[in-house]
Design a protein around this ligand. Structure first.
Ligand SMILES: [Zn+2]
Length: 458
């Protein structure tokens, strides 16, 4: 609570300095009623952002590394500059907008603290919605505008970040920008090629970056005091419980494999059933085996086979080759490894029985990440001070925050998703609930700013 008093004394100091005329606009963080963020302004920027990559049926297709993403980034860069932020783009294309710390008075010792970072992403999945990533990104900028409106200064420099290619649909690498920041990617990832034959390096150049400097995107531990991300839940827990704010306990680990079943493509009329090497029959059995092994133990783990790419893909040919992905998620890395080991055994048995080859190659692996308990507490208190109820829950979706956890303590705020729908044009969070999240983000930023010491620990 000592730090809390300090925040108040900064507010008092500001009032004295700027004169009584401003007193009405400088509000204590502890005032329960009335928001600091401007809900109308937040809605307007979110609606404007939704025009980039908009689909006729609603929602957006704004893949990371695409023309739509590039145009949306220009819009966001403009918003950041309008909010007075010093903008820079790192070698992985991540956008940072900085608001300096308060200049210490002559009496105060020069306090140079690391940045307090908060933000999200603006890229989407194909046929995605208007809230995934966008809600947190626009709220982060709204927090800066609200701090400006209320002439609030902070001990830490503040930085808004928009991470590159979070969804990872393009180039098969999710949470790309934050993974680069965490030093998890080697330069070989830049050679990945898309359907048009362009490499990731080509796209980075189109984003104005020099791929040779890719490793400069790395952020060292200690450079960031803490990270906050506001995001829609993308599940139905908060919506069903009618609770406006989720305090995230941690982010599940996600592992991706790409598997190929290889049989023999042959005439569907003349190849007897007992002589077939049907890759699709094998892949279909493998798909069900994934589900069975994930269900074989209790817990909240999930596993998915999201598609089957069948070749040659004709009605009168026994399928010769099928590519399919396997995805596993859980808060415990050991559990993912255990389930995968069982799946591999099942695949080997199916391959023998179907007389095909099944091979799987790991594509990406994101370790589970726990949120910092002190950050959870700051979010809880901030919500309470705004009169908003909270619920603790894990995140079943991956987020950039999981990579940031490798170099800084982090916390996440969830707002409800109507009907638990996400990665869909029908994804929806009522405007006032987005504004609730932004208000909690505002208050949590100030709480952590007051509390965190230079080691990033409260
Ligand atoms: Zn997202």
């Amino acid at each position: 609570m000592l730090r809390q008093h300090r925040a108040h004394s900064i507010v008092v100091w500001l009032i004295c300095l700027l004169g009584l005329g401003l007193a009405a606009s400088v509000r204590s963080d502890e005032q329960a009623s009335g928001g600091h963020v401007n809900a109308q302004r937040l809605q307007e920027t979110l609606e404007k952002l939704s025009e980039f990559g908009r689909n006729p049926e609603g929602g957006v297709t704004r893949l990371g590394f695409s023309e739509a993403d590039l145009a949306a980034r220009e819009y966001v860069l403009g918003l950041m500059r309008d909010a007075g932020l010093e903008v820079r783009v790192d070698a992985a294309g991540n956008i940072f907008g900085r608001r300096p710390a308060a200049t210490p008075g002559p009496a105060a010792g020069a306090e140079t603290l690391p940045v307090l970072l908060f933000g999200s992403h603006i890229d989407s999945v194909p046929q995605g919605g208007n809230f995934d990533g966008d809600a947190g990104s626009m709220s982060a900028i709204e927090v800066i505008r609200a701090l400006n409106d209320h002439r609030v200064t902070t001990r830490h420099p503040l930085e808004v970040v928009i991470w590159t290619n979070e969804e990872g649909h393009h180039f098969g690498k999710g949470v790309f920008g934050s993974a680069a920041a965490a030093g998890l990617l080697g330069p070989e990832v830049l050679e990945r090629r898309d359907d048009q034959g362009l490499t990731l390096a080509d796209w980075l150049r189109r984003y104005g970056q020099d791929p040779a400097k890719f490793e400069q995107a790395r952020i060292r531990p200690g450079a960031v005091a803490g990270y906050l991300e506001l995001h829609i839940e993308q599940g139905a827990v908060l919506d069903q419980a009618r609770i406006p704010i989720g305090v995230v306990e941690g982010i599940v680990g996600i592992q991706w494999w790409t598997c190929t079943a290889t049989g023999f493509a042959n005439h569907a009329g003349t190849t007897p059933m007992n002589r077939r090497q049907d890759a699709l029959a094998a892949a279909a059995r493998a798909t069900l085996a994934v589900r069975e092994e994930v269900r074989a133990e209790s817990g909240r783990q999930v596993g998915t086979v999201g598609y089957l790419k069948v070749e040659p893909g004709a009605r009168n040919i026994v399928p010769g080759r099928v590519e399919f992905p396997v995805e596993l998620r859980d808060l415990e890395a050991a559990k993912i490894a255990r389930i995968w080991a069982r799946i591999e055994k099942r695949f080997a048995a199916i391959a023998r029985e179907e007389n095909v080859k099944i091979e799987c190659a790991p594509l990406s692996s994101d370790a589970p990440a726990r949120t910092d308990p002190a950050f959870q507490q700051a979010i809880r208190e901030s919500a309470q001070s705004a009169g908003l109820a909270t619920l603790d829950l894990p995140s079943g979706a991956g987020h950039d925050a999981q990579n940031v956890a490798r170099f800084a303590p982090m916390g996440m705020i969830f707002v409800p998703s109507r009907g638990g729908i996400s990665h869909s044009p029908r994804e929806f969070t009522p405007w006032e609930e987005v504004a609730n999240g932004a208000e909690v983000l505002y208050r949590t930023v100030l709480r952590l700013d007051a509390r965190l010491n230079p080691e990033g620990k409260p």
